[in-house]
Design a protein around this ligand. Structure first.
Ligand SMILES: [Zn+2]
Length: 113
């Protein structure tokens, strides 16, 4: 099997993202996990899928079917700027030390340090 190459992701865990295409278009939620190797993001309450689970005495003694969010392509998502609250294209810039940072494409807010 070919080894997957990690992608540059503009979305990070904990970000608020908006779905821009697909079944859940228009939904907004928190990025729960990000996988740079697959380029996919799991978003809270988005792309819900049914999954069969084995009985677990601690969490789910009955077992059965649970619903959980399935990963979706990062290209179907846009980051929601914490300042202007609009879905935006992330601008990347590097400072003098070569440290990369993300900025809102709309209002220019620095999204993280
Ligand atoms: Zn903004």
């Amino acid at each position: 099997m070919e080894r997957a190459r990690a992608m540059k992701m503009n979305i990070r865990k904990g970000d608020t993202v908006k779905v821009i295409s697909g079944r859940d278009k228009g939904k907004q939620g928190e990025a729960l996990s990000v996988s740079p190797t697959s380029g996919k993001v799991v978003v809270h309450q988005v792309n819900m899928a049914r999954k069969a689970v084995k009985p677990d005495p601690k969490k789910n003694p009955q077992g059965g079917i649970i619903e959980m969010p399935a990963p979706i392509q990062a290209s179907n998502l846009k980051l929601v700027c914490p300042r202007c609250e609009k879905p935006t294209k992330v601008k990347r810039s590097k400072d003098a030390e070569g440290k990369s940072s993300r900025k809102c494409g709309k209002c220019g807010e620095l999204i993280d340090g």
